[in-house]
Ligand binder design. Structure first.
Ligand SMILES: Nc1ncnc2c1ncn2[C@@H]1O[C@H](COP(=O)(O)OP(=O)(O)OP(=O)(O)O)[C@@H](O)[C@H]1O
Length: 603
C-alpha cells in the first residue's frame, strides 16, 4: 500500500497522449519507408492517381448523360447506353486501382512495422542491466507492442490516404471552379468550416479514447500482476481486496468507454449538418444560375455529387491529423529506446578475449549503483586458474555485485578486473561472456522442450551432446522419467519442474556451454538430502578444471571451496580456506556458528 496516495497498487502510465508535430521525427519515420520507395511506392502512387481520376470523372459523365441523352423529356438511348457503359467501366477501373493500392499499402505497412519492431527488440537485447533496473518490464513491453502497433495505421493507410485525399480535394476544387467559378467558390466556402469542425472535434474524441486506452492498459498490468502473484494473494487471503480494486478499475474503464463512444456518435450528425449547408447553397444559388442559363441541370447534379465527395477526404484528413499526433508520441517513445546507449559500452578497438586459463585479478574495485552509495569498496582479490571461490556475507553485502562486474553487466566505477592479464573493458563483450558461464539461483526456464532449454547453453549442440551434459550432471535419470523424456514441453519459468530439477537443468546448460570461468548463485531453498547429494555431485563435475565463483549458502559448498571471501557492506573483510577462517574467529566464524545453530534448531 502506498502511504501517500493510499493506493493498493500503483500503475504509472507510460503513455504520452499526443505530441506536437515534429518534422525531425517525421523524417526519421520516413527513413523506414525508404527501402521500399523504389519498389512499391510508384505502383501505389499510380494506382492512387488512377483511382482518384476515375472517381472524379464519373459525375461529369452523369452530367453529360443528363444534359445530352435525356434532353427535352425524350432521350437518346444509344448515347445513354454509352454513358452508362462508360460509368461502369470507370467504376471497374476505380475498384481495381483501389484494391491494388490497398494490397500494396498493406504490404509496405507490414514491412515497415516489422523493421521497426526488429530494430527495437534487437537494440533492447543489447542494453545493459542498468537500463532494466530503471524500467518496469511492462513499460518495455508496451513500447514493443502498443506503440509500434499504433504506427501501423499510419504506415498502412495514413501516408497514401493523405496523398490521395489531397489529390481528390484539389481535383474537386479544380473541377468546380473550372465549370463555374461563382457556384464553385460559393460551395468551397464550406470546406474550411468542415475541416475546422472535423479536426477540433476529433481532438476531444481522440483524448477520450486515449483515456480508455490507458484505463485498459492499467487493467492489463493489474491482471498480469494478479495472475503472476496469485499464490501470494491466496496465501494471504487477499482475494476480496484484489477483486474490489479490480472492480474499481473496471468501472472507470466502463465509464470512460461510454463517454468516448457518446462523443464519437455525436461526430457524424454535426458534420452532416455542415454538409447540408453546402447543399442549401448549391440548390439555392444553382437554381438561380439555371434560370439565368449559366449552368445546366446536369452540372447541378454533378456539383451535388462532388459535395458528397468532399466529406470523405476532409474527414480522413482530420483523422490523419489525429493519427499523426499519436504517431509523434509513439515514435518519440520508440526512438527514445533505440537511442539509448548501452551503459556498458564496447571499447572502440576491443579485441577478442583469447581462450583463457582463468586467472582473475580484481584491483581496487569500487562500484556504485547509485551515485554516493558504494556497493563495493576497494576490493582486491587474486584468483588462480581452476580455483573455486565461495563468496559469503550477509544479505546486501555485495556478493552479486562482484558477479555483475565480472560478467560486465555493469562496469566498475573505479579499479580494474583482468582475466589472464586482459582488462575486461578492453575485450569484446561477446568474447568475454562466451568464456564466462553463469548459473543463477532463479533458474530461468523458457517455454519449450527440456532439450531446447539445455541447448540454450550451446545452440549448435547435437542431441548426443545435450544428453551427455545432462548425464554428467545427474539430470538424465529424472529427464527420461518425464512423459516425453527430453522432448517434454515445460512452460515458461518451468512451473512443472521442482526446484532441484530446475537447478540440474541449468547445470547441464552451463556444462554444455563449457565456459572457462563459472559463476554460480547457489539456490537458498532447502531441498531433500538425496537431491542435495545429487546436486553436490553434479557441482563437482561442473566445476572441475574451471575457475569458479559461487555465492555459497550450503555449508558443504563453502567447506569445499579453495578460497572463501567474506564481504560486509561492500568491503572484503576476510579470506582464506575454511580452517584458516575458523581459526581467525571473525565474521566467517560467526556466520558458520549461526548456521550450525539454525540447523540444530530446525533439525
Ligand atoms: N540494481 C540495483 N540498483 C541499486 N542498488 C542495488 C542494485 N542491486 C543491488 N543494490 C544494492 O547494492 C548492495 C549490494 O547488493 P548485492 O545484490 O550485491 O548483495 P548480495 O550480497 O548479493 O545480497 P543477497 O545475498 O541478498 O543477494 C545492496 O545494498 C543493494 O541494495
Amino acid at each position: 500500500m502506498d502511504e501517500q496516495t493510499g493506493q493498493r497498487f500503483i500503475y504509472q502510465d507510460d503513455e504520452v497522449l499526443d505530441k506536437e508535430f515534429d518534422w525531425g521525427q517525421v523524417k526519421r519515420l520516413g527513413k523506414y519507408l525508404k527501402p521500399y520507395s523504389r519498389q512499391i511506392l510508384p505502383i501505389i502512387i499510380t494506382m492512387m492517381f488512377v483511382g482518384a481520376l476515375t472517381k472524379l470523372l464519373n459525375p461529369l459523365l452523369i452530367a453529360y448523360a443528363i444534359d445530352h441523352a435525356l434532353r427535352d423529356g425524350g432521350g437518346d438511348s444509344k448515347l445513354l447506353f454509352q454513358c452508362v457503359a462508360g460509368m461502369l467501366l470507370l467504376y471497374i477501373i476505380q475498384w481495381a486501382a483501389n484494391s491494388y493500392r490497398i494490397r500494396y499499402t498493406n504490404q509496405i505497412g507490414q514491412k515497415v512495422i516489422y523493421d521497426l519492431r526488429h530494430d527495437l527488440f534487437s537494440h533492447i537485447q543489447k542494453l545493459s542491466f542498468r537500463f532494466f533496473d530503471k524500467r518496469p518490464a511492462g513499460s518495455i513491453l508496451v513500447r514493443i507492442t502498443n506503440y509500434v502497433n499504433s504506427l501501423q495505421d499510419l504506415f498502412t493507410n495514413g501516408v497514401v490516404n493523405l496523398l490521395m485525399d489531397c489529390v481528390q480535394l484539389l481535383g474537386i476544387i479544380f473541377i468546380l471552379l473550372a465549370y463555374n467559378v461563382k457556384l464553385g467558390a460559393a460551395i468551397i466556402v464550406t470546406v474550411p468550416i468542415m475541416f475546422i469542425i472535423s479536426t477540433k472535434l476529433r481532438v476531444h474524441i481522440r483524448r477520450a479514447w486515449q483515456v480508455v486506452q490507458s484505463n485498459q492498459s492499467r487493467i492489463n498490468a493489474h491482471l498480469n500482476e494478479s495472475i503472476q502473484g496469485i499464490k501470494v494473494t491466496q496465501a494471504f487471503a487477499q482475494e476480496k481486496e484484489n477483486m474490489d480494486f479490480f472492480n474499481n478499475m473496471n468501472l472507470s474503464n466502463h465509464k470512460s468507454w461510454n463517454r468516448a463512444s457518446l462523443l464519437n456518435h455525436s461526430f457524424n450528425p454535426i458534420i452532416e449538418v455542415t454538409g447540408a449547408v453546402g447543399y442549401c447553397i448549391l440548390f439555392w444559388y444553382g437554381a438561380h444560375l439555371i434560370q439565368q442559363q449559366e449552368i445546366t441541370v446536369g452540372l447541378l447534379v454533378a456539383f451535388a455529387t462532388y459535395i458528397g465527395f468532399f466529406w470523405e477526404p476532409i474527414n480522413r484528413l482530420g483523422q490523419m491529423y489525429s493519427q499523426m499526433l499519436i504517431a509523434m508520441a509513439s515514435s518519440e517513445r520508440i526512438f527514445e529506446f533505440i537511442d539509448e546507449e548501452p551503459n556498458v559500452p564496447e571499447a572502440l578497438h576491443a579485441k577478442e578475449l583469447p581462450y583463457v586459463e582463468g586467472n582473475i585479478e580484481l584491483k581496487q574495485v569500487e562500484f556504485e549503483y547509485e551515485p554516493g552509495r558504494k556497493a563495493l569498496n576497494s576490493i582486491d582479490l587474486s584468483v588462480k586458474a581452476g580455483e573455486s571461490i565461495a563468496l559469503v556475507g550477509h544479505t546486501g553485502s555485495g556478493k552479486s555485485t562482484i558477479i555483475n562486474l565480472l560478467c560486465r553487466f555493469y562496469d566498475s566505477t573505479s579499479g580494474s578486473i583482468t582475466i589472464d592479464g586482459h582488462d575486461i573493458r578492453e575485450v569484446t563483450i561477446s568474447s568475454l561472456r562466451s568464456q564466462v558461464g553463469i548459473v543463477l539461483q532463479d533458474t530461468f526456464i523458457f517455454s519449450g522442450t527440456i532439450r531446447d532449454n539445455i541447448r540454450f547453453g550451446k545452440l549448435t549442440a547435437t542431441d548426443e551432446e545435450v544428453e551427455f551434459a545432462a548425464n554428467a550432471v545427474r539430470a538424465h535419470d529424472f529427464i527420461i522419467n518425464m512423459p516425453q523424456g527430453y522432448d517434454t514441453e515445460v512452460q515458461e519459468r518451468g512451473n512443472m519442474l521442482s526446484m532441484g530439477q530446475r537447478q540440474l537443468i541449468s547445470f547441464a546448460r552451463a556444462l554444455l556451454a563449457d565456459p572457462r570461468i563459472l559463476i554460480l548463485d547457489e539456490a537458498t531453498a532447502s531441498i531433500d538430502t538425496e537431491t542435495e547429494l545429487k546436486i553436490q555431485e553434479a557441482l563437482k563435475t561442473l566445476l572441475a578444471g574451471r575457475t569458479s565463483f559461487i555465492i555459497a549458502h550450503r555449508l558443504s559448498t563453502i567447506r569445499n571451496a579453495d578460497n572463501i571471501v567474506v564481504l560486509d557492506h561492500g568491503v572484503l573483510m576476510e579470506q582464506g580456506n575454511h580452517e584458516e577462517l575458523m581459526q581467525q574467529a571473525g565474521i566467517y566464524y560467526g556466520l558458520i556458528q549461526a548456521q550450525y545453530r539454525f540447523l540444530k534448531e530446525v533439525g
